[in-house]
Design a protein around this ligand. Structure first.
Ligand SMILES: Nc1ncnc2c1ncn2[C@@H]1O[C@H](COP(=O)(O)OP(=O)(O)O)[C@@H](O)[C@H]1O
Ligand SMILES: [Mg+2]
Length: 295
């Protein structure tokens, strides 16, 4: 069954995960006792990645690296392939050429008898477990209450006991400020609340890499800042490797160690946020920033 945006996890029993250990206590702003993922965080590397849809070449031998624990924001025009990059990392799409690495393992290939062969389902599953994604349109399971949205994946995909999954879900709901919505269904929640649940659900899977795809662009303006503040806290308190796509430039500035300006399948320029937003080198970046800031 090919995974899609609307079915974020296909529950399949797997062996129990390693429990992540927090090296540092959470600051007082987060009331939760639940540790965020820490330790042995992998980085990401795209190596000459090509992705086409029919004759439309979306990624052209794309090369970039995100270091372990680094927080990188991708900016660039609509339709330039940013979501495709995240969907490839989620194994929702396959590369046509090149290699995507998560840590020291290829997403699309595995070693067998010293040779590199195409990944089988088990390898894909192992790799997928390391990566969590929050989508623009939340993509919660509409027929499940908040608690089950947070426990289905851990129980069925990670093999966590139901008691442990529930305890962890409570901790995460505390952290996102929605402990009182544990029995609610998604349709009973505001967009901002649904996105908080989606963030908690992604973290419940104990990912090492977190992908954020324009996570506030479907929200009413007054709800945007709260969700951004939450994500900023999460980014600061964990050592997750973070790859974020956003059109909110102040959020990008706040959350990232590095910004990649992306256009027509390739990185146009990259640098620390102060440089990209304050003194971009490339005309294409200047034009893009001007257009975004004018809206
Ligand atoms: N499943 C798909 N089938 C065909 N074309 C697609 C598909 N997904 C994306 N595309 C095309 O790939 C290009 C990049 O899309 P996308 O990655 O969504 O861009 P962005 O997120 O930067 O707006 C667009 O031209 C889009 O139409
Ligand atoms: Mg997109």
């Amino acid at each position: 069954m090919p995974p899609t945006d609307t079915t974020p996890e296909a529950p399949t029993p797997e062996e129990a995960p390693k429990t992540p250990l927090s090296k540092t206590p959470l600051p007082e702003t987060a009331p939760s006792k639940t540790p965020l993922p820490h330790g042995d965080t992998p980085g990401i590397r795209f190596e000459k990645v090509v992705k086409r849809f029919g004759g439309n070449v979306v990624l052209r031998e794309l090369d970039f690296t995100v270091a372990p624990g680094e927080r990188v924001t991708l900016i660039g025009p609509s339709g330039s392939g940013k979501t495709t990059i995240l969907r490839l990392l989620m194994t929702l799409e396959k590369v046509d050429d090149g290699v995507i690495w998560i840590g020291d393992r290829s997403l699309s290939h595995m070693e067998r008898g010293g040779r590199r062969v195409p990944a089988n389902e088990k390898h894909l599953h192992e790799m997928r477990k390391q990566v969590g994604m929050v989508f623009q349109q939340f993509n919660l399971f509409p027929n499940m209450n908040v608690l089950r949205n947070l426990t289905e994946g851990p129980v069925h995909v990670l093999g966590v006991s139901r008691d442990e999954a529930v305890e962890r879900a409570r901790g995460l709901l505390d952290m996102v400020g929605l402990a009182d919505k544990i029995d609610a269904h998604p349709s009973q929640l505001s967009g901002g609340q649904q996105q908080r649940v989606a963030i908690a659900r992604a973290l419940a899977m104990q990912p090492k890499v977190l992908l954020l795809d324009e996570v506030t662009s479907a929200l009413d303006p007054e709800l945007v800042v709260g969700v951004q503040d939450l994500l900023r806290d999460i980014a600061r308190q964990s050592d997750l490797t973070l790859l974020c796509v956003t059109h909110e430039m102040h959020f990008a500035r706040d959350i990232s160690d590095r910004v990649l300006m992306f256009d027509q399948g390739q990185i146009v320029e990259e640098g620390p946020p102060e440089q990209i937003f304050g003194d971009p080198a490339e005309q294409r970046t200047r034009d893009f920033l001007q257009a975004v800031l004018a809206t």
